[in-house]
Design a protein around this ligand. Sequence first.
Ligand code: HMG
Length: 391
Amino acid sequence: MTSIGIHDLEVATAHHVLDLGLLAESKGIDPAKYRVGLGQDEMSMPAPDEDIVTMGASAAWEILRRHGTDGIRTLLFATESGLDQSKAAGVWVHELLGLPSQVRVVEVKQACYSATAAIQAAMGIVSRFPEERVLIIASDVARYELDSPGEPTQGAGAVAMLIGADPAILEIEPPSGIHTADVDDFWRPNDSSTAVVDGALSVRAYLDAMTGSWDDLAGRGGPAIGDIDRVVYHQPFTKMARKAQQRLDRHAGGSLGTLGLDSGSVYNRRLGNTYTASLYSSLASLLDHEEEDLTGKRLGLFSYGSGCVSELITGIVRPGYADADRSARVRAALDTRVPLDVPSYRSLHALEHSSVNDLETSHVTRAPFRFSGVRGRARQYERTDGAARLP
Ligand code: HMG
């Protein structure tokens, strides 16, 4: 059988950053609560001319610059920060990237889980048409109410992935473990721009879903815990991965300990929660920072979306997976974000674009694509000088 998996992946983020030390100070909270208690240092925040489309297009643009568009007939856009009840955000990306009209575009939703559903759909397509490649974009802006417990776990970012046969980074193995349960732990009603969350319940639901996924994987002939070398996790905050690995070791009788937790959270500590993109930015972080050569190692990837649906997949790292250029690009994107002070962060948080009146945004972002405003109730996007022509 043809091996299928992640051929390439790229991380993009937003224009601004808030240091969580400043946020803690503004509330009279010990910064260690955020840095150690939650395991978060910073959070990305979009400029007024950025959103899930501009971040997602920026990540995908890098992938297409390297691989071209040949064989791509599907673009799956995973997000829970949808911009329209009808139109898939990926259709704007399709136009910005100049993709051929023979590319189907769909948006996929189930909280933070949906990029993993997109991968499963993509693997089905590639197993039927091995010459095809599927472009997946996971892009989100995590927003909680100001002064709520979730506030320090906000963030913004996107990951683009190319799924194909004979992949260069990770060959995904067939069995996976699934767990679905109807839980009111976190959701965002249609009339709210911030999430509603029961924090303590969400942590319990995440951990229960993880053991449920493990049991399903084990029942379907998945690998023994001792045959898994590292696990990367959905990271609403990086401490969650520590809690999950501890629980996994206890539940499955493993001895992973703290293996892979630091290397798998370098990007996430600085991005904040990126919902659908979080697990895959953690994968990029592990690939870019783990000191040991991961070639031939088996990784577990635990995907969790509140509500809740979770899936544990495994994959084997391919020779030549390392990409020093990607890690330099992600580091530069993180290092060059423009810092916010707390009052500017709070006013940016309050900014909500309505579609009722026409609007032109001022040009702030340095990304290759920007949200230029609203005309006749429709969102408008444009390429900036940073966007070279794609092959
Ligand atoms: P909180 O009120 O900050 O909780 O809310 P806390 O007071 O229990 O403190 C958190 C940790 O900081 C604790 O450690 C404290 O001991 C520690 P723990 O017991 O958990 O190991 N702490 C300190 N450490 C060092 N120095 C100090 C100090 N003080 C306290 N001085 C909560 C935390 C996660 C509930 C909140 O941030 C929240 O509601 N977040 C949003 C929901 C969330 O992220 N849930 C995670 C699971 S659900 C999920 O992953 C899905 C999601 O991504 C959405 C989706 O799927 O779409 C959210």
